[in-house]
Design a protein around this ligand. Sequence first.
Ligand code: ADP
Ligand code: MG
Length: 238
Amino acid sequence: RKEVRKLSTGAQGLDNLIGGGLETQSITEFFGEFGSGKTQIMLQLAVNATMPEEQGGLNSDVLIIDTENTFRPERVIQMAKAKNLDPDETLKRIHVARAYNAHHQILLAEKASDIAKEFPIKLLIVDSLTSHFRSEYVGRGSLAERQQLLNKHMHDLLKFGTIFNAVIAVTNQVSANPAVFFGDPMTPIGGNIVGHTATFRLYLRKAKAGKRIARLIDSPYLPEGEAVITLTEDGIID
Ligand code: ADP
Ligand code: MG
């Protein structure tokens, strides 16, 4: 087993919450409602991953499986400049694959290992993990098939992380669960399948101005807790 490495989010408080950064050989899931900052965090992680290890990076290339067409090179350029990186060099290291439907998304994850033989990919992002599955497998009749495909997809991602000693970061939306009467009724899509395969789960919710609260849920060995982050022009900060 290769030594686990850690990727900084760029925000000290959030890094501390998850034990120093996102771990390789694990899946870290960020879930939250629309606008909660999931894609911003993915873009920040992509930029950070290209940085040297001394600066919290992985000195690596990045593969983004983009299912919602929300990748924005302009935003990467802003974040790269804020870290004093050459924006063009940074963009060259971030490989974006657009997934057109759930099956295409599964296929891209299967093919990720081919790309990793050509480029040193230590960060694989799926933004969003569940949007296609949610829109294509509607209703109770298709739930079993959806969960089975999601399960296979998650295991492909985890396998990639293990083989290449890479960080896997995925985003997930929430839906209002009418069965929850106490506490927060917002639950992530995919339920137990996603929950059991993701090692770290972070729930993002909106606070004042650009602030977001990240809550660590169901961690195998870290205490539950929260960290506040701020979404700025320069990227994610404390
Ligand atoms: P999600 O992916 O969870 O739907 P996003 O990551 O797209 O949400 O977050 C969108 C939010 O990110 C915006 O509402 C805004 O608060 C913040 N944001 C996006 N771009 C910038 C920017 N250039 N400067 C500051 N904040 C930004
Ligand atoms: Mg998004």
